[in-house]
Ligand binder design. Sequence first.
Ligand code: SF4
Length: 236
Amino acid sequence: MEYREEEWLQLSGLQHFSFCRRQWALIHVEQLWAENLRTVEGNLLHQKAHDSTDRESRGDLYILRGVNIQSRELGVSGQCDVIEFHRCQEGVPLQAKEGLWQPYPVEYKRGHSKENDADRLQLCGQAMCLEEMLSCEIKRGALFYGETRRREEVIFTAELRSRVRECLSEMHDYLKRGRTPRVKPFKGCNACSMAEYCLPGMLRKRRVGDYLDRFMEEAIREGEDVGSIKEGRGDE
Ligand code: SF4
């Protein structure tokens, strides 16, 4: 199955969704946006990656910056901060370049490496887009963290790829239904740029619709059509 262009999601949303699906929905379903220090610092770091020279050649290394990417199969589009092309026999041909080149995506992030896989999922999603665009296989890429100024190599395992597919499929579902899920507040709420819209304190309060919310979450995950149930609700 292929998604139509008007259905494409922003690939960067994968990181938000993996951190908190409610945060993603507030930004991408309800179109709300708030900036805090973390998001401003993150944007500055990205601008730095994108403002540099667009392309650069260093022997067997060719570097492109700010490359637009997309996947019809996943229904996403976005941008790669940096793609390094390493000359090697298993690589792909590039326009106006001799030889074969293996793509290696590099994503710039503020802060440092985290336990959760949000950044790794986003990078893996980029690699999957590039694979579709260049008809090749990309086994690894790297995250560069601004705070530690270190690179972390990420291997694109079958498990990581399948989580990318699952998340994107859920995101398409939420967007199609125009639904913002409720989630349990967690320690990440303290630094969340969307806290003023989300009101995590309110999420703690029990309400009559909680049971139905949980039921619908589970039904969405299982791919059931709960549109008819939602239409019958009076508390939203
Ligand atoms: S405040 Fe917490 S629950 Fe609300 S969107 Fe942010 S991270 Fe998610």
